[in-house]
Design a protein. Structure first.
Length: 559
């Protein structure tokens, strides 16, 4: 049947993937790939790594007017040019000699060290991603013109050029005015590879509006009221059946051209639909195509129907390179089935993970920024924020790796000095409390982070946070309470381990009074002492209006 129409004998592809717990990883995806993911276990990998553009990618926080707090924290830095890649090159030499020789050649000619470093870093990770794909799996690499030509060669060497399926061009904007003499840049490249010839692919189609349906299907069937158009049943290219006859609805018809279908097919199709044939005024048979069977135009390799997110788009989370959900929905629907496992090893703000969750896929997300992991976790929970039971079930279904899970590991983090790992203070403030760490490390007499509270439609309140891992006494609590008063913050939250709290500290905190007790009729201490143990059990800052609490992170509109 014509392209873009539902096939009568079409069978639904059934997924054979086993359901797994959805997993978020904080850390370098290379470590996760090596140590935490089974070989041949993933159905679809999509990655959108930094483009070697030497830009800084920010997570934006709700701005508040505080003199010593930076409202916008750089969380995702594109620092590929500083990567020490020699060790990674040596590892690639053991895994893929041709790829190693290619990268060494680039390193020896007039290609920047930053570009070679970036390609080496990406190549090693893609090598391991290739191992994790099932034989039926697919791989999508989102990139731009700065590196796409090099990355395609890298992927050809890893996957095999015979498994390169398509170079998809995403036309993300209508254009901009450029300051330099050049053509405008409107396109991103998405390289599509498969693990083998036997890969999952579900053809996608564009939608069609009612006006176009009427134009494309101008006739209405009297017997059923269905809209249709008609196509040739006699076709000159089918010369093998030239001169043959067909019996159609009791009429014997001879053609001088050729027949599209043999007699058996005609009989079967007419049995399925007795109104299938359209007779012309000259008595020639044609067959009908129905509007209700039309799926749309087949989507090709130029995607010009999905615009990039605008600055005021409801999906926006403040992440500069955030991709629209429609883009990931197309990829996930095309290259996976329900319950399949989707992985994104450069999660960013988690669009691939969020769409996989919505489309009933299992997923794995990895990012080297703890803020990204926090952002993704919040994004998933906020998508169903009006149903507490569903939120609880979703939260229970997500396994977060790379952060403390018990008090022993929290103690270990508190005393750890490992370079490159999340700091105890940042874990408490930005992951456990959804706050923002104060970038100005002022020591005693300052504060470590903050939260914002939407008190009402017009006013936001501020909660200051102080985190202590040891050496606590009543004096340190008093200094923090003084800071809360000087900064005119609404509340103060003092976090420490349970065994460090004294009765005197509890009494001192109560002296600070309560948060607008007259308005709310309930006591919420202005200074709250929270223990790490309580945070691990799910306790957070006590506040009279939880639905309006903590608007520090920007949120996308719930679906």
């Amino acid at each position: 049947m014509d392209s873009g129409f539902r096939q009568n004998d079409e069978s639904e592809v059934k997924s054979t993937s086993k359901a797994v717990k959805n997993r978020l990883f904080y850390g370098d995806c290379l470590d996760v790939l090596k140590n935490s993911i089974d070989d041949e276990s993933i159905d679809l990998i999509y990655i959108d790594p930094p483009f070697n553009s030497k830009r800084n990618y920010n997570v934006l926080f709700e701005s508040i007017d505080m003199s010593d707090t930076k409202a916008q924290k750089e969380a995702f830095a594109d620092t590929w040019s500083n990567v020490k890649y020699i060790d990674q090159l040596i590892e690639i030499q053991d895994l893929n000699l041709d790829l190693y020789r290619f990268l060494k050649t680039l390193d020896s000619i007039n290609v920047s060290k930053g570009a070679v470093s970036y390609l080496t870093t990406m190549a090693l990770r893609i090598l391991y991603m290739h191992r994790k794909l099932k034989p039926t799996g697919s791989f999508y690499l989102h990139c731009d013109q700065t590196m796409s030509h090099y990355l395609k060669l890298v992927c050809d060497m890893i996957f095999g050029s015979q498994y390169f399926q398509r170079e998809i061009m995403w036309k993300k904007t209508l254009g901009h005015h450029l300051s330099k003499k050049s053509f405008d840049t409107m396109l991103d490249t998405i390289l599509f590879y498969s693990r083998s010839d036997n890969y999952i692919f579900n053809q996608q189609f564009t939608s069609i509006d009612d006006e176009k349906v009427i134009k494309k299907f101008p006739y209405v069937e009297e017997e059923t009221g269905r809209r249709f158009t008609h196509r040739q049943l006699e076709q000159p290219q089918n010369v093998g059946s030239k001169g043959e006859t067909r019996i159609i609805q009791g009429k014997t018809i001879k053609t001088e051209q050729g027949w599209r279908w043999n007699q058996e097919t005609i009989d079967r199709r007419l049995k399925e639909n007795p109104y299938l044939i359209y007779w012309t005024s000259t008595g020639r048979p044609r067959y009908k195509l129905y509007a209700d069977e039309y799926l749309g135009r087949k989507i090709g390799a130029l995607w010009d129907d999905i615009p990039a997110l605008s600055s005021n788009d409801a999906e926006r989370l403040g992440y500069d390179t955030q991709k629209p959900e429609a883009l990931l929905e197309r990829i996930i629907k095309a290259s996976s089935d329900k319950s399949d496992i989707i992985a994104d090893f450069f999660c960013g703000c988690g669009t691939a993970v969020a769409v996989a969750q919505r489309l009933n896929r299992c997923w794995i997300g990895v990012d080297i920024s703890h803020l990204a992991v926090r952002l993704i976790h919040n994004r998933l929970l906020n998508s169903i924020c009006n149903n507490n039971e569903q939120v609880r079930k979703l939260k229970d279904s997500i396994d977060i790796d790379g952060f403390p899970r018990d008090i022993a590991s929290a103690h270990e983090l508190a005393v750890s000095t490992k370079k490159g790992r999340i700091k105890f203070q940042d874990w408490v403030i930005e992951f456990m409390l959804d706050g923002v760490s104060n970038p100005k490390k002022v020591g005693d007499g300052g504060y470590d982070g903050y939260l914002t509270i939407q008190r009402d439609k017009k006013k936001k309140d501020v909660v200051l946070i102080e985190v202590k891992s040891g050496n606590i006494d009543l004096g340190k609590l008093r200094m923090f309470m003084h800071v809360v008063e000087v900064e005119k913050a609404t509340m103060g939250v003092f976090v420490c381990f349970a065994d460090q709290i004294t009765k005197g500290m509890r009494i001192e905190a109560l002296k600070a009074g309560y948060y607008d007790q007259e308005a709310f009729g309930t006591r919420f201490p202005n200074v709250q002492i929270l223990t790490v143990e309580e945070l691990l059990e799910g306790k957070t800052v006590a506040h009279p209006n939880p639905a309006m609490f903590n608007v520090t992170f920007k949120k996308a509109t719930s679906r």
